[in-house]
Design a protein around this ligand. Sequence first.
Ligand SMILES: C[S@@+](CC[C@H](N)C(=O)[O-])C[C@H]1O[C@@H](n2cnc3c(N)ncnc32)[C@H](O)[C@@H]1O
Length: 199
Amino acid sequence: MSANSSYNPISMTLQYLKNFIKDRNVASIAPTTQATVKRVCRAIDFDKAKVIVEYGPGGGVFTRHLLDCMSPDARLVAVEKNPPFAQSLEKSINDDRLIVVCDGVERIKEILVQHGISQVDYIISGVPFSFFSEDVRHQLIKDTSSVLVPGGLFLVYQVNPDGLAELLSTAFTVGKPKREPFNLPPLCIYTAEKAAAPN
Ligand SMILES: C[S@@+](CC[C@H](N)C(=O)[O-])C[C@H]1O[C@@H](n2cnc3c(N)ncnc32)[C@H](O)[C@@H]1O
């Protein structure tokens, strides 16, 4: 099965432009490049990943790659606040492992409870942290950490990385940021790890 079969970069870029004009929270005028998607997802051990959550899937470039790599019994919860993007994901990807939720990631705890999920192995995030209020940012980091398994990874790609390392380090061990200059716009990638359970 290849979820990537329905991916068309030109029509997807037009979709980003259209959605961005109406909704500034879309925060990008083009999808993340395939090279960047692969670079971010390199940190995932797909043999072990049973539940993956995606914050802000947009047109689904990460979603498709994740589904292509995930095991048949794994699940992917994609939380997208922009209704046109969420509807288009529902329509264009036909995969029983995918749950598309049209909602804000600020409600991640409730969303997972609604779907009977208690813990998550990996969270991949493209939501624009710099657009959130200070309180929302801090609460989101707390909630994200609380739903991850011990040793789980929070993988974040971001256009504006100001203050993000400090924010992530309130709940995670944060690796050195990697720059992705050839993405449009250029991105910064962070790998944040929740502490492992004590022995
Ligand atoms: C920079 S785009 C990334 C899109 C896509 N993942 C990609 O890599 O091309 C950010 C996405 O996050 C979504 N978003 C913004 N704020 C959100 C929120 N609070 N909850 C869920 N999604 C949100 C936007 O609608 C948009 O689809």
